[in-house]
Design a protein around this ligand. Structure first.
Ligand code: NAD
Length: 267
């Protein structure tokens, strides 16, 4: 079986930067038409869409806040208007607002939960409604539809000073698994990807600083910081029919970060 997404349409939220941009580009290379969602700044998403088009692919840039119900509807409407169907959702948008818990404002708690968790619910719900409405076409994919939730190793690793972020990603894990259980019988595959440390804007304060990056490597048994393509490749696989029997699972893309590296030297 070939790893091909020919004829399929994907929507990638937060697709204008970092992991989302790499996922969008990888899906396009595999043959999917891609709607690239951005939040505030259109230009990077439009540039990426243009790059994909120049390489012979199909792509559009679409604005919208994933935490806003009406904006999510508009985002899906625009995707369907451009491409006529939806086969793959990658719910990737996310952010951090870090603070020690005593200093963490309710506003920053709510912002992170609203984008990282509620946003994933709103997008998954819209995708499931669309998959049901359009029905299955076995010439396009064995599944009725595929949803990939971008989680984090912090869906299992507690993270002091980041309780809003860790709570949101822990929530994403059970959102993903409960949805998978609810819709699997219809042929909808819901899964998650949990990246470890991937060099992007979200962590450039650490990955861009030599001393901090050295400390970070102590947490990574494979001894390298991840590249966005490490995640893009896995998203293509999970979205493809090669992964047709993978349902309700998180794939950790973390260089072994979840292996308790503190015990490397016998604890
Ligand atoms: P990033 O900051 O480059 O990407 C986050 C994207 O989300 C941006 O494009 C941003 O515009 C978008 N976004 C933020 N709020 C939004 C909103 N309300 N509506 C729509 N889009 C919104 O960082 P990244 O590292 O590429 O992060 C992508 C995802 O990967 C996030 O969910 C993040 O939690 C997750 N993740 C990243 C790492 C890492 O090491 N980089 C590790 C684990 C998980």
């Amino acid at each position: 079986m070939q790893l091909s997404l020919n004829g399929q349409v994907a929507l990638v939220t937060g697709g204008s930067s970092g992991i989302g941009a790499a996922v969008a580009e990888a899906l396009a290379k595999a043959g999917a038409a891609v709607a690239i969602n951005y939040h505030s700044s259109a230009e990077p998403a439009e540039e990426l869409a243009k790059r994909i088009q120049d390489a012979g692919g199909r792509a559009i840039a679409v604005g919208g806040d994933v935490g806003d119900e009406a904006a999510v509807q508009a985002l899906f409407d625009r995707t369907l208007e451009a491409f006529g169907r939806l086969d793959i959702l990658v719910a990737n948008s996310g952010l951090q607002k870090d603070a020690p818990v005593a200093d963490l404002s309710l506003e920053d708690w709510n912002t992170v939960i609203n984008t990282n968790l509620t946003g994933q619910f709103l997008c998954a719900r819209a995708a499931i409604r669309q998959f049901r409405q359009q029905g299955r076409d076995e010439n396009i994919s064995r599944a009725l539809g595929k949803i990939i939730h971008m989680s984090s190793v912090h869906e299992v690793i507690p993270w002091a000073g980041h309780v809003n972020y860790a709570a949101s990603k822990g929530g994403v894990n059970l959102l993903m698994r409960s949805l998978a259980q609810e819709v699997a019988a219809e042929g909808i595959r819901v899964n998650g990807i949990a990246p470890g440390a991937i060099a992007t804007a979200i962590n450039e304060e650490v990955t861009g600083d030599e001393a901090k990056a050295r400390e970070l490597l102590k947490l990574i048994p494979y001894k390298r910081v991840g590249h966005v393509d490490d995640v893009g490749n896995v998203a293509v696989f999970l979205a493809s029919d090669l992964a047709d029997y993978i349902v309700g699972t998180t794939l950790f893309v973390d260089g072994g970060m979840c292996l308790y590296p503190g015990f490397e030297d016998n604890g």
